[in-house]
Every structure is written in structure tokens, then in C-alpha cells.
Design a protein around this ligand. Sequence first.
Ligand SMILES: [Zn+2]
Ligand SMILES: [Zn+2]
Length: 216
Amino acid sequence: MLVDLHVHTSVSSPCSQIEPRLLIRAAAEMGLDALCVTEHEELEGAEVARRLGDEEGFPVFRGVEVYTDMGDMLVFGACRARYPVTTPFVELLEEVRSGGGVIIPCHPCRGSLGFHHALGEERAEFLLSNVDAIEVRNGGSTPESNLAAEAYANRYGLPGVGGSDAHFIMQIGRCLTVFEREIGSEEELVEEIRAGRCRAAYAAEVERLRTSTLWR
Ligand SMILES: [Zn+2]
Ligand SMILES: [Zn+2]
């Protein structure tokens, strides 16, 4: 199952130009099986996209991208409606754990030399021993940054996931997560990530993906 795990829409992310109904149609047309909408600090855009997904018969799962003192985190399965400008990582972690969700550092090595350089040894170790996966294919990061993130995932035995981080429609699906099993709910999404039954990929590595005619 092919899922873009990281998309921003114009509903809650002012930095995004993506209109949610067009997003769903484009994702279906290009051959994705599902999408996760992950706005900055807010669940509303994901709620809107999920309702439209229900109407269009295309699965949309809700997440949020939360800015923390240890970098940006994708959260699934235990999202607040709204987060402050910065959430302490420790607070977010406790909340996600008690809510049964997953927490995933996204684009961790973008513009930096990695966790240990950015956070210092002790905090980096704490972070890496507490997250559920690492985003190792991010559509807005360089191949070098993605490889650096992947090296962390390998070293810490964490699942690697991928998402486009799309803010424009033509960016959808440029990175994605390939799940081994069908996912029908957010609970299953969380379960499959936690179990590591997934891998990250670039769109170019996945044969059945097409370019949507919507942006030609
Ligand atoms: Zn981010
Ligand atoms: Zn993002």
C-alpha cells in the first residue's frame, strides 16, 4: 500500500497552495492508495481532507506536524486539535504515549549535521530511544539529508518512513511510504508503523506511480 505520509493543505498551512479536494483527486490519479495530511500545529486541515476523502472514496489519515524544542515531529493516532508555537518534546512524548499514537522526527537532518550535532549527545540519545520511526525520505530535503536520516534509522533500529512534505500539488507523492499490509484506519496506520512493516521510497522507485494529468 502506497501512502504519502506528510502533506500540507491550504486549509491549515498558510504556506501550502494545495486545495484538499484537488489533493485527493491527484493522489488517487497518480496511484497512491492513501494520504496523511499533517498540517503545522493544527488538526483542522486533516479533518477537512478526511471528510472529503470519505466523499471521494479515498482514505485520508489525520496527523499533525508539531514543532518541538527537538525539531519537527509528525504525530499520528494521538493528535490535539491545536498546539502552541513550540511544544516541549517531553510533553508531546508523554501525551502521544498515553494516547496510543506514534511520534516521528521529520526531515531530521535537513540543514544540519544530524541529531547529535543539533541536540547534543544526551538529548539526541533520549530522542532516538523514544521515537517510533524516522522520516528518511522527505520530499523537501536533499538526497544527502535523507541518507543521513536513514543512517540514523539503521543505527537505532527504527523504521524509516517517507512523505512528500508537499506544499504544491505537483509535489504530492515525490516521497512516500510503502506498507506491507492494507491499512484501513488510523489505528492500523499506527500499528504498522510501530511494527516496522513499512519502508520509505522516492516516487521514481515505485513503478506503478504515474504523473497526474491534473497538473499537466
Ligand atoms: Zn517541518
Ligand atoms: Zn511539513
